[in-house]
Design a binder for this molecule. Structure first.
Ligand SMILES: *Cc1c(COP(=O)(O)O)cnc(C)c1O
Length: 360
């Protein structure tokens, strides 16, 4: 067996320890004689899995009691519709568009009401986060929406926007559990887990209880009502059971590593290795404004498309995989999520230095 350093933006690297544990439990989960994949979601064993996962997540993120944790399906993309359908009581919402995912969320919301794009960084290919300290928040906005870490462009909100008292909704898919957060500042924070937590197929929604109501837009499908899932403890229908089990293992792994403050320190250290090198390289350049740099997704270019391609190919041959940038941006992108060990980033920078010497 040989494992590569996987810099994929998602689905992405998972902790090896978690994968080993899952492998050990594959055929017989704790004496049940079956795999978690094969067991009823109403069984005692699974009940314990989902309850422990939620309790561990609450502990890790210090989630206040007046927030529900939902384990849902449909990817982060289904939330683009679910959020307006459940929250748009006045049929007005404000969106800050800092990348493709925010733009998609904005476009989807436009189907359901009056949606204002109150800020955008599209003018410079989403390479920065606009000043959000004094935006024209709509008087009757039901919520203000952001994508907190822009997976494709590698930017991150270092301070949350001033919503002037309106509910903040955030897509945190690619920065979930990468550092401590103050959950009480959000109405909803949600993310697909395939970036920084677990296998594709699970979306975690953390939602303040007062936002969970029966007063949803007419025609909202049962499966798209937060209240239905909240009332059923995420077991209204069959949940993505195996995915939740793996998420639970990752939560335990994070607790063992010292929680989110320790992860933040580790992630800062990892990202600095790469950014420090980029800042002095004569061949490679980071594409993002320094103050807005993400700790999780690091895009960079040589400025020469052929050389970029050559780099990606050579890196792959050296066991450094999935470094090709998003198809809309080109160049390279290294996603260095929680589960990417510091050795992986060191190996990458070592390889970049060698490539720079040979190609400059
Ligand atoms: C990947 C990603 C999405 C889309 O996730 P799906 O689960 O594929 O729908 C949305 N937002 C962000 C920030 C992402 O990184």
């Amino acid at each position: 067996m040989s494992r590569v350093y996987n810099f994929s933006a998602g689905p992405a690297v998972l902790p090896e320890e978690v994968l080993r544990e899952a492998a050990e439990e594959m055929l017989d989960y704790k004496g049940t004689g079956m795999s978690v994949m094969e067991m009823s979601h109403r069984s005692k064993a699974f009940e314990e899995i989902i309850e422990t996962a939620e309790a561990d997540l609450r502990e890790l993120m210090n989630i206040p009691d007046n927030y529900k944790v939902l384990f849902l399906q449909g990817g982060a993309s289904l939330q683009f519709a679910m959020i307006p359908m459940n929250l748009m009581k006045n049929k007005v919402a404000d969106y800050i568009v800092t990348g493709q995912w925010a733009k998609k969320a904005y476009q989807e919301a436009c189907k359901y009401g009056k949606v204002n794009k109150i800020a955008s960084s599209e003018d410079r290919t989403f390479s920065y986060i606009p000043d959000c300290s004094d935006l024209p928040i709509s008087e009757d906005a039901d919520y203000v929406y952001i994508c907190e870490n822009n997976t494709i462009y590698g930017t991150k909100f270092k301070t949350l926007p001033n919503t002037k008292g309106k509910t903040l909704v955030a897509d945190v898919s690619s920065c979930f559990l990468s550092e401590p957060v103050d959950v009480s500042k959000y109405g909803i924070l949600y993310g697909g887990v395939q970036k920084n937590i677990g296998p594709a197929g699970v979306v975690i929604v953390i939602i303040r209880e007062d936002l969970i109501t029966e007063d949803v837009l007419p025609g909202t499908p049962t499966m798209m009502q937060y209240k239905v899932h909240a009332d059923a403890g995420s077991l209204y229908n069959t949940p993505p059971a195996y995915g939740i089990y793996i998420c639970g293992k990752v939560f335990q792994w994070l607790k063992k590593r010292g929680g989110l403050a320790a992860m933040k320190e580790y992630n800062e250290k990892k990202a600095a290795i790469l950014y420090d090198y980029l800042d002095q390289s004569k061949l490679f350049k980071g594409t993002v404004e320094k103050k807005d740099r993400s700790l999780m997704n690091v895009p960079f270019v040589t400025g020469d498309k052929e050389l970029d391609d050559k780099f990606v190919k050579a890196a792959k041959a050296a066991g450094l995989e999935n470094l090709k940038g998003h198809r809309t941006v080109g160049g390279m992108r290294a996603s260095i999520y929680n589960a990417m060990p510091i050795e992986g980033v060191e190996k990458l920078v070592e390889f970049m230095k060698k490539f720079e010497e040979e190609n400059l």
